[in-house]
Design a protein. Structure first.
Length: 398
C-alpha cells in the first residue's frame, strides 16, 4: 500500500544535531540547534519557572479540555507582554489572541487562516529565513517567495533592496518578518528602519506576519517588542506568532501564541472565531500545564521580576560570548573584519563560513554549525569559545 511513499530526508538542523550526539570525540562542540545553554553547557531550569511550577502543581485539580482559544489568563498575559497593558490596541479589544502549540503552531494556524481568507495572496520571506517558515506556509497551500535581506559582503542588511522589492508587491501580499533576533542571520532592522518600513506596508496594503520567538534576547523585553507596538500604533493590521520556549527555557512544553491585530473590536471577534475554527480542525485545543507556567510567571510580580533578571543574564552571557569570539578571531586574523559578530543580535549569527568550510569545521575540529554557516552563539561557553574561534580561524585561513 505504501510503496509510493518516498523516504523523509530529515530536517537539516535536527539531523545535524543527531550526528553530533553520535560523534564519539570528547571535545565536540554543538553550535547547531537553536537552544540556549548555560555556561556549563546545560539547558537551564529557570528559578522563576521552577517556582511557578510549584504554585501550579499545588493548585492542581481536574484537567478538563481548555477552550479552543486557550486559557484566558495566558492570552491576556501574552497581549500585555507584546503590546503593554495600556496599549490602545489592547484596551480597544482589537487584538485576537489564541494559545498555540509553540509559535510553530501559531504560524501554521495563521497560514491556514490566510489560505482560506486570502487565497490569492503569496507569502514573502526574508532571504534567508528559518527553513520551517517556507515549509509551513507551502504546506498550507500558499506560494512562498523571498525578498532580499542578508548582505553576505558586509554581514548586514540589504535594506534598500528589501524596500524596493516590497514596493513592487501586490496589495494583500503576506510579508513574514522576524520582530527581533533574526534566525538564522542575527541581523535585525533598527528602529529607524522599522519606522521607514511600516508606512510602506500601510501604503501598499501589505499584511505583515511577525515571528517573535526570542523576545528578551536582543536588547531587552520591551525593546524587542518595538516592531509589534509600532505596527499596532500605526493602525496596521498584522499577525504575530510568539514563543516562550527560549525565553523561559520550556522547549518541550510547547508554549506559544498567535495574535492578530485588527482594525476594530468587531473584526477581532470574527477573526478570533475563525482562528478557533482553524484550531478545531487541527489539534482542537492547547495543553494546560505549560501555558499556566507562563501565565504565572508573567502575572506574579515577584516571579515576573525574577524572570526578567534571569533572562537579562542569559542575554548578557550571549553578548559576552560574541565579544570573546570576536576578540580571538580578530587576534588570529587581524586583516579581516569580524565586527558583524558584535552587531548581529540574539542567539544566532551567520559566520561567513562556506558549506565546505562548515564541513571542515565539523570533520576536522568537531565543531558543529549549519552548512549555511549559521551558528547558535548560545552554545558557546567559557570552556569552548576559544577552541571554537581557533578552529574557525584555521578553516577560514584555508
Amino acid at each position: 500500500m505504501f510503496q509510493h511513499i518516498e523516504p523523509f530526508a530529515g530536517d537539516p538542523i535536527l539531523s545535524l544535531n543527531e550526528d553530533f550526539q553520535k560523534d564519539p570525540r570528547p571535545n565536540k562542540i554543538n553550535l547547531s540547534i537553536g537552544i540556549y545553554f548555560d555556561d556549563a553547557g546545560r539547558i537551564p531550569v529557570m528559578e522563576s519557572v521552577r517556582r511557578a511550577e510549584a504554585l501550579v502543581v499545588a493548585k492542581a485539580g481536574p484537567k478538563p479540555y481548555l477552550p479552543i482559544e486557550g486559557a484566558a489568563n495566558f492570552r491576556t498575559a501574552v497581549q500585555h507582554l507584546l503590546f503593554g497593558a495600556e496599549h490602545e490596541a489592547v484596551t480597544s479589544k482589537r487584538v485576537a489572541t489564541i494559545q498555540s502549540v509553540g509559535s510553530s503552531g501559531g504560524l501554521k494556524v495563521g497560514a491556514d487562516f490566510i489560505a482560506r481568507y486570502f487565497p490569492g495572496s503569496a507569502v514573502w520571506v526574508s532571504d534567508p529565513t528559518w527553513d520551517n517558515h517556507r515549509s509551513m506556509f507551502e504546506g498550507a497551500g500558499l506560494t512562498v517567495n523571498a525578498y532580499p535581506y542578508y548582505d553576505a559582503a558586509t554581514g548586514g542588511l540589504r535594506f534598500d533592496d528589501m524596500l524596493a522589492t516590497l514596493r513592487s508587491l501586490p496589495p494583500k501580499s503576506i510579508v513574514l518578518m522576524h520582530a527581533c533576533c533574526h534566525n538564522p542571520t542575527g541581523v535585525d532592522l533598527t528602529r529607524a528602519q522599522w519606522d521607514t518600513l511600516i508606512p510602506l506596508l500601510k501604503e501598499r496594503s501589505l499584511i505583515a506576519y511577525l515571528d517573535l520567538a526570542y523576545q528578551g534576547f536582543g536588547d531587552g523585553i520591551e525593546a524587542d517588542a518595538y516592531a509589534a507596538r509600532a505596527l499596532a500604533a500605526a493602525g496596521v493590521s498584522f499577525f504575530i506568532a510568539n514563543s516562550f520556549s527560549k525565553s523561559m527555557s520550556v522547549y518541550g512544553e510547547r508554549c506559544g501564541a498567535l495574535s492578530v491585530v485588527c482594525p476594530n473590536a468587531e473584526q477581532a471577534v470574527n477573526v478570533l472565531g475563525q482562528l478557533k475554527f482553524t484550531v478545531r480542525r487541527n489539534y482542537s485545543s492547547p495543553p494546560i500545564h505549560g501555558g499556566q507556567l507562563v501565565a504565572t510567571v508573567l502575572t506574579d510580580p515577584e516571579l515576573r521580576a525574577l524572570w526578567e533578571s534571569e533572562l537579562g543574564a542569559m542575554r548578557e552571557r550571549i553578548l559576552a560570548m560574541r565579544h570573546k569570539l570576536h576578540d580571538v578571531l580578530k587576534a588570529k586574523m587581524p586583516e579581516r573584519d569580524f565586527g558583524y559578530f558584535l552587531s548581529q543580535r540574539g542567539m544566532f549569527s551567520y559566520t561567513g563560513l562556506t558549506q565546505a568550510q562548515a564541513d571542515r569545521l565539523r570533520e576536522e575540529h568537531a565543531v558543529y554549525v549549519l552548512r549555511s554557516g549559521r551558528m547558535c552563539v548560545a552554545g558557546l561557553n567559557s570552556s569552548n569559545v576559544e577552541a571554537t574561534a581557533v578552529a574557525m580561524a584555521e578553516v577560514l585561513n584555508g
